[in-house]
Design a binder for this molecule. Structure first.
Ligand code: NAD
Length: 421
C-alpha cells in the first residue's frame, strides 16, 4: 500500500507489529487502526538565519493512538528525519508506554535540521518556531513533548517558554526533560542510561553472570550512550572495550577511560580525535566480541548484514529500533547465547521518568532523586519480570513478549472504550 509514511524505519515498526498481531490473532479491522497513526502534522518552520537569509525547515509531529490518555513523545532534530521515521518512533512509544503501565499513547516529533550545523541562536529560533507551529496540536492533556536525538534540556526550556509565552502563564507540564530550575525532575537526564544499566544487571543476574571485569561495547555517546557507559564502567565494574559516535569508533580491549572520553566530547563536541583508544572503522564496532552490547544511537544497525557476526551475551537495545526483523530471527536461533533486552523495555526509563516529571509539574509537588530512582526501578522491575515470565511460558523471544503485553493493553483499552459513533 502507498502512504505518506513509506520509510525503512516505519516498515520495520510495521513488520514487527504484524508479527505480533499475527501471534495474538488480532482482527483485521483493529490492525489498521493500531498500525497507522491517529494524527500526523507536517509544518513548515521558517527561520531567519544569522546571515540574513530565511531557511524553511520541515517539522513533524505524529500522535499514534489516543485510547489511554494524552500522547507523549520526544522530538528528534536530525537532517535525515522523515515523517515515516517519526511515525515509527511514535508507534514504538505506544507499546513502550503500555508495557510500563503509563497512561499515554505514543507520539514523536522531528525537525529536519542538523543541530551541529546551525549556530546556537539559529537553533533557538528553530526550536521556538517549531513549538509555535505545534501550539494548536499539543497541550499538557493532549500531547506532551520531550527530548530525543539532537535535542536536550535547553531545547525543552525554549519549547516550554514559547508555549508559556503564548498562554500568558507558565506551563511546565507541556514538556518533560526540561532543566530542574524550571520544573524539570531530578534524574530525567540520566534515566534512560541508568534504566538500561539496571536491566543489564537484572539480565546478568538471571544468567548467573558477574559483570565485574567483563567487556561492554556501546554505540552512540550522547545522553543515553554516555550515561550507560559510565554506569557499566563505574557502577557495574565492566571494561568498556568500544565506543562510538557519529564521528567515529574507538576500541581498547583493556578498557576505555570513559571520564577521559566525556572530557574529550565536552571540549571538542564529538569523539573525533580521541587518542586514548584505537580508531577503528565504525562498521566494526558492533561485531567486537563482548559480553554486553549497547546500541544507543540510530535504528536498523543490527541487520541481515551483520547479525551472524554479533557476538555478545546481552544485547541491550537502548536505541529505538536498532535491530531489524531479519536480524531478530538470527538472534532468536542463538537464543541460549544472546539475551535480548528489547528497546521498548530497555530504554523505557526515559519515558517513565518523563511521566514522573509530568505528574510533578501538574501538581507543583517535587520529589527528590532517591524517590525518582526508586520508583523508576520498581516499574522497570515489574516490566522486566512480566516480559521474562511471558517469554518463558510461551517460548517466544523477549521482543515478542514485550510487544505482546503492550499491544494487548492498547487493544483492551480500545475495546473497552468502543468505536464512536
Ligand atoms: P543524543 O543526540 O544525545 O546522542 C546520540 C548519539 O549517537 C551521539 O553521540 C551521536 O553522535 C551518535 N550517533 C548518531 N548517529 C550515529 C551513527 N550513525 N553511528 C554511531 N553513532 C551515532 O541522543 P540520545 O538521547 O542519546 O538518543 C540515542 C538513542 O536512544 C536514540 O535512538 C533515541 O531514540 C533513544 N532514546 C533516547 C531517550 C532519551 O531519553 N534521550 C529515551 C528513549 C530512547
Amino acid at each position: 500500500m502507498k502512504h505518506i509514511y513509506a520509510d525503512p524505519t516505519f516498515q520495520l515498526a510495521c513488520d514487527q507489529f504484524k508479527l505480533i498481531a499475527d501471534y495474538l490473532g488480532m482482527p483485521k479491522n483493529l490492525r489498521d487502526r493500531l498500525m497507522f497513526p491517529k494524527r500526523s502534522i507536517t509544518v513548515a518552520v521558517p527561520v531567519p538565519m544569522d546571515d540574513g537569509s530565511t531557511q524553511v525547515f520541515e517539522g513533524y509531529r505524529v500522535q499514534h493512538h489516543l485510547s489511554m490518555g494524552p500522547t507523549k513523545g520526544g522530538t528528534r532534530f536530525a537532517s535525515s528525519v522523515t515523517i515515516g521515521e517519526v511515525a515509527a518512533l511514535a508507534m514504538w512509544m505506544s507499546w513502550k508506554c503500555a508495557l510500563a503501565g503509563l497512561p499515554y499513547g505514543g507520539a514523536k516529533g522531528g525537525v529536519a535540521v542538523d543541530p551541529r550545523k546551525v549556530s546556537k541562536t539559529e537553533l533557538e529560533r528553530v526550536s521556538r518556531r517549531y513549538m509555535h507551529e505545534m501550539i494548536p496540536f499539543v497541550g499538557p492533556h493532549t500531547d506532551i513533548m520531550g527530548p530525543d536525538m539532537g535535542t536536550d534540556e535547553q531545547v525543552m526550556a525554549w519549547f516550554m517558554d514559547t508555549y508559556s509565552a503564548y498562554k500568558g502563564y507558565t506551563v511546565p507540564e507541556i514538556v518533560t526533560g526540561k532543566p530542574v530550575s524550571i520544573g524539570g525532575t531530578y534524574g530525567r537526564r540520566e534515566s534512560t542510561g541508568r534504566g538500561t544499566v539496571y536491566l543489564i544487571e537484572r539480565a546478568a543476574h538471571l544468567m548467573r553472570m558477574k559483570l565485574t571485569g567483563r567487556t561492554a561495547v556501546i554505540q552512540g555517546f550522547g545522553n543515553v550512550g554516555k550515561v550507560a557507559a559510565q554506569g557499566l564502567a563505574y557502577k557495574s565494574g565492566m571494561k568498556i572495550a568500544g565506543i562510538s559516535d557519529v564521528s567515529g569508533a574507538y576500541r581498547n580491549d583493556s578498557g576505555i577511560d570513559i571520564h577521559a572520553a566525556d572530557r574529550h566530547v565536552r571540549k571538542r563536541g564529538s569523539l573525533a580525535g580521541f587518542s586514548e583508544a584505537e580508531s577503528i572503522p565504525p562498521q566494526e564496532l558492533l561485531t567486537i566480541p563482548c559480553d554486553v552490547l549497547v546500541p544507543a544511537a540510530v535504528s536498523g544497525v543490527i541487520n541481515a548484514g551483520n547479525a551472524t557476526k554479533i557476538s555478545c551475551r546481552i544485547l541491550a537495545e537502548a536505541a529505538n529500533g536498532p535491530t531489524t526483523v531479519e536480524a531478530d530471527k538470527v538472534l532468536f536461533e542463538r537464543w541460549s547465547e544472546t539475551f535480548v533486552i528489547p528497546d521498548v523495555l530497555c530504554n523505557a526509563g526515559g519515558v517513565i521518568v518523563s511521566y514522573f516529571e509530568w505528574i510533578q509539574s501538574l501538581q507543583s509537588l517535587f520529589w527528590n532523586e532517591t524517590e525518582v530512582m526508586d520508583r523508576l526501578f520498581r516499574i522497570l522491575e515489574q516490566s522486566f519480570s512480566a516480559v521474562i515470565k511471558r517469554a518463558k511460558e510461551e517460548k517466544i523471544p523477549h521482543r515478542f513478549a514485550a510487544m505482546a503485553i503492550g499491544l494487548e493493553r492498547v487493544m483492551k483499552a480500545r475495546k473497552d472504550r468502543g468505536l464512536f459513533p
